[in-house]
Design a protein around this ligand. Structure first.
Ligand SMILES: NC(=O)c1ccc[n+]([C@@H]2O[C@H](COP(=O)([O-])OP(=O)(O)OC[C@H]3O[C@@H](n4cnc5c(N)ncnc54)[C@H](OP(=O)(O)O)[C@@H]3O)[C@@H](O)[C@H]2O)c1
Length: 230
């Protein structure tokens, strides 16, 4: 039986590398992104893996689109759900510059969307399935020594709270959940000065997910497997 992985924000960065690596190990991958018709890297992968890669349109700022994904999937099982899509929000906003309108779009994509995604697809999760929520060390309140980044930090702290509750509520269904910090990664979000490549990050994430089960569900983990304080 094939191992099915669903990834959001799959057209670039860490999401695209997840698609590459899970395809390479033989998984069937459902890659969700806002504009599949413009996603050249994904389309090239789909040509190379016509029977194992499917592209699905999904804009996570539009919750009603989750119903389209649900209809597309029908009763198909998902073994690994990677909620990867995320936004940083307006950059460089210091205290004193934050506008009310800046808050909701970041929360919609980073907090509400992962929750609704899991809620919508929970009936599709196989027994023993795993849910990976891409969080960030910037969501760690203990680790916050530099301040700032109000919207992004708040969104990832809130996502951590959601992931912890999901780990409790999905345990009876045999589903385990991890909140993952991917490292500081060379992507559009991480920028060119970031410390690691998407390849290194996703190799680490895959190793962490291999070890994930109900006994260690609900933890906040770095891509190297070390635990991050809340
Ligand atoms: N890079 C880092 O150093 C780092 C560190 C800690 C945590 N993270 C987390 O890791 C995850 C992936 O980050 P990344 O570095 O790969 O970021 P990225 O290169 O900026 O890619 C972000 C992805 O999210 C998608 N996305 C954004 N808004 C969306 C929406 N409304 N609907 C659907 N997809 C949407 C983007 O799609 P479009 O191309 O359509 O915009 C893109 O595929 C994020 O959750 C991020 O917070 C990254």
């Amino acid at each position: 039986m094939s191992h099915t992985v669903l990834v959001t924000g799959a057209n670039r960065g860490i999401g695209l590398e997840c698609v590459r690596q899970y395809l390479a190990e033989g998984s069937r991958v459902i890659a969700c992104c806002r504009h599949p018709e413009q996603a050249q890297a994904l389309q090239a992968l789909a040509e190379a893996h016509p029977s194992t890669l499917e592209l699905v349109a999904l804009d996570l700022s539009q919750p009603e689109q989750l119903e389209g994904l649900k209809a597309y999937l029908g009763d198909q099982s998902i073994d690994l759900l990677i909620s990867n899509a995320g936004v940083y929000g307006p950059k460089g906003l210091a205290l004193g510059q934050i506008q009310a309108d800046d808050f909701a779009p970041v929360m919609a994509v980073n907090v509400l969307a992962p929750l609704l995604l899991v809620q919508t697809l929970m009936v599709n999760l196989s027994r023993g399935a795993k849910v990976a929520l891409l969080s960030s060390k910037m969501g760690s309140i203990t680790d916050n020594g530099s301040g700032g980044s109000y919207l992004y930090r708040a969104s990832k702290s809130a996502l951590n709270a959601i992931g912890k509750s999901l780990s409790v509520d999905l345990a009876d269904q045999g589903v385990s959940v991890a909140l993952l910090h991917p490292g500081w990664v060379q992507t559009e979000m991480g920028g060119p000065n970031a410390l690691i490549s998407p390849q290194t990050s996703v190799l680490g994430i895959r190793r962490v997910l291999e070890q994930l089960d109900l006994s260690n569900s609900g933890r906040f983990l770095n891509y190297d497997g070390s635990e991050i304080p809340w």
